[in-house]
Design a protein around this ligand. Structure first.
Ligand SMILES: NC(=O)c1ccc[n+]([C@@H]2O[C@H](COP(=O)([O-])OP(=O)(O)OC[C@H]3O[C@@H](n4cnc5c(N)ncnc54)[C@H](OP(=O)(O)O)[C@@H]3O)[C@@H](O)[C@H]2O)c1
Length: 232
């Protein structure tokens, strides 16, 4: 990749896990990265060695004022080739939705479904032509693949995200960018747990390869880290 025309990514939710791994991978691939966190992250700061990583703290995607403030802060920055909302939660994922406190289930839906779409609405005007809005979803959000249940509120929140993303893409059908719903595989993070089959580096490497290939494509697709289409 030519250093004079470095691609630019905005990675939202980069303190740890996949967001952190994606920032590392984008930097390795020569991208300029703006990464957001709720609270300062020493691991993320450790990646800021040569001026290609800008970190914005205090960005809770559930807080509309924080998202508006970020948009203002980045108003003069060049457009992004990728706006990638990675942040997500799996609070009390083992508890069936019907048995979970309403406030907990509501919070999961806020963070996993509503907030990423509100972020996308707030930032799509900052996406460069031929760029992508990318939302981290999960295969668990596939309605047609749901045979065994489990993680019911998390599944439903990602299914809601997928539906909201298709609506978002439809509402912006004439836009010069596309929408990708990305399943990262089952990855060893705080959320994915120790038994997960992939490490962060492998997943992040796959995701960045898939997204680099997908730049310039329109519409709304559901892909995994290997570039395979996931059924809705
Ligand atoms: N790991 C897997 O196997 C797997 C599989 C499918 C999909 N995913 C999805 O991949 C994404 C990243 O997951 P992960 O495995 O990396 O999880 P993780 O290690 O638990 O990291 C979650 C990240 O999301 C951030 N976050 C949570 N709520 C936020 C909010 N309201 N505002 C801003 N940031 C927030 C966290 O920030 P703090 O440090 O401030 O809490 C952290 O950076 C999620 O959307 C998850 O659903 C993961």
């Amino acid at each position: 990749m030519c250093a004079l025309t470095a691609r630019r990514a905005l990675v939202v939710g980069a303190s740890r896990g996949l967001g952190l791994g994606l920032v590392a991978r984008f930097l390795d691939r020569g991208w300029d990265v703006t990464a957001t966190v709720r609270r300062p992250s020493a691991a993320l700061s450790g990646l800021a060695t040569d001026g290609r990583l800008r970190i914005e703290a205090g960005v809770d995607i559930d807080d509309d004022a924080a998202v508006t403030a970020l948009r203002r802060t980045l108003a003069d920055a060049p457009a992004f080739d990728l706006v990638f909302v990675v942040a997500g939660v799996a609070t009390q994922a083992g508890t069936p939705a019907a048995a979970m406190p309403r406030a907990v289930a509501t919070a999961v839906f806020q963070t996993n479904a509503l907030s990423p779409i509100r972020f996308a609405e707030a930032f799509h005007a900052r996406v460069a032509p031929d760029g992508l809005v990318v939302l981290m979803t999960s295969k668990l959000g596939s309605v047609s693949l749901n045979r065994g249940g489990g993680w019911s509120s998390y599944r439903a929140s990602k299914a809601a995200l997928n539906t909201l993303a298709r609506s978002f893409a439809g509402q912006h059908a004439k836009a010069a960018w596309g929408v990708v719903l990305m399943h990262p595989g089952w990855v060893r993070t705080d959320l994915g747990g120790r038994r997960a089959t992939l490490d962060v580096e492998t997943s992040a490497r796959g995701i960045v390869t898939v997204l680099e290939r997908h730049l310039g494509q329109r519409g709304c697709v559901f892909l995994d880290h290997a570039g395979q289409t996931v059924p809705w």
